[in-house]
Ligand binder design. Structure first.
Ligand code: FE
Length: 205
């Protein structure tokens, strides 16, 4: 006697409920933390808004290549996180920080704010108008960033990098990260009418 066993249609196999359950491993990887570094401002400047190219009371804008630094902050489940405070601080076009310990503080660009702060909107978006940070000894160009929830439970301090910086290959802080983590701190660069856009999406959790 011949056993007739019709093959189960492929579509049916793929629709088996067990295969539709997403394992916890599908959660997005957290944005890696990096050290705060020595140059978080000792005193937050009077003008601390999201436009770092324009300082209240200064007659001209910052020197350097304009940069729109932006992205979305999400939880590990992919949901956008509104109300997250995002702070950035970075060197000016000549690589000088707004900090008394910077040896070249006297030559700092007074038209550059050096620090800025914003809060993510309903879609989890943040955006800063800034410049490409200049080089300073021993590092590849980077923007320091801190993202904090209102209740303080979510708190990340890290640094954002640029994929086109030749100094990335020799940076001691980037070098100690595995390649997957390095990729999560690398902005995506796109050209704009004036300057560039650097996008870094952040995952907190
Ligand atoms: Fe730095």
């Amino acid at each position: 006697m011949r056993l007739i066993r019709p093959a189960l249609p492929r579509r049916l196999i793929l629709a088996t409920p067990a295969l539709l359950i997403r394992p916890a491993a599908a959660e997005a990887p957290r944005t890696p933390a990096q050290m705060e570094g020595p140059y978080f401002p000792r005193a937050i400047p009077a003008d601390a808004d999201a436009d770092l190219m324009r300082v209240a009371g200064q007659p001209r804008e910052a020197r350097g290549q304009p940069l729109l630094f932006e992205g979305v902050v999400r939880g590990r489940d992919g949901a956008a996180l509104p109300g997250i405070t995002v702070q950035i601080w970075q060197a000016d076009a000549e690589g000088i920080y707004l900090h008394p310990s910077d040896p070249r503080l006297a030559q700092r660009d007074a038209g550059f704010q050096g620090y800025g702060r914003t809060v993510t909107d309903a879609a989890g978006r943040y955006a800063f108008r800034t410049i490409r940070p200049g080089l300073y000894p021993g590092r590849t160009p980077h923007i320091h960033l801190r993202a904090t929830s209102a209740d303080g439970r979510l708190n990340l301090t890290t640094q954002a990098y640029f994929p086109d910086s030749p100094q990335n290959a020799n940076d001691f802080l980037l070098a100690r990260l595995p390649a997957e983590s390095r990729a999560l701190l690398m902005t995506r660069l796109t050209a704009m009418d004036s300057g560039q856009r650097a996008t870094l999406d952040i995952v907190l959790g």
